[in-house]
Ligand binder design. Structure first.
Ligand code: ZN
Length: 117
């Protein structure tokens, strides 16, 4: 007697198969398991008429805001002068790369305030 696949209900399961799933479905299940590992959130089912609604893009990991990052950002924004002034005023190390995360936070705040003034 032939055994039917319990997954797709149409594939033939070889008599010596370890599980009651046909070869095609077994491959599919492995593939799905691998995909599941790579995706944190399962894609949401689409509702009719919502074809224009796309799932939100995965947010990139926030960059750690250390001294090196701040230096790069200040250079990019042409705020090196402000950055060094802020560091001097607060007695931070001369090298921005040596600043701690807390110092960087303070400097970012100060830079933002300077920008809106
Ligand atoms: Zn099957």
């Amino acid at each position: 007697m032939r055994r039917r696949c319990i997954h797709c209900l149409s594939g033939d399961v070889p008599p010596d198969a370890p599980s009651r799933v046909c070869g095609r479905c077994a491959e599919l299940l492995v593939l799905l398991a691998e995909l599941d590992d790579g995706i944190a959130e399962a894609p949401r089912a689409r509702e009719p008429g919502s074809d224009d609604v796309r799932p939100p893009k995965p947010q990139p990991q926030p960059q750690p805001r250390d001294g090196a990052w701040l230096l790069w950002a200040a250079r990019k924004k042409n705020r090196m002068h402000d950055l060094h002034r802020i560091g001097r005023e607060r007695g931070f190390p001369r090298r921005v790369e040596d600043w701690s995360y807390a110092m960087v936070d303070v400097a970012i705040e100060a830079l933002c305030q300077t920008a809106t003034r």
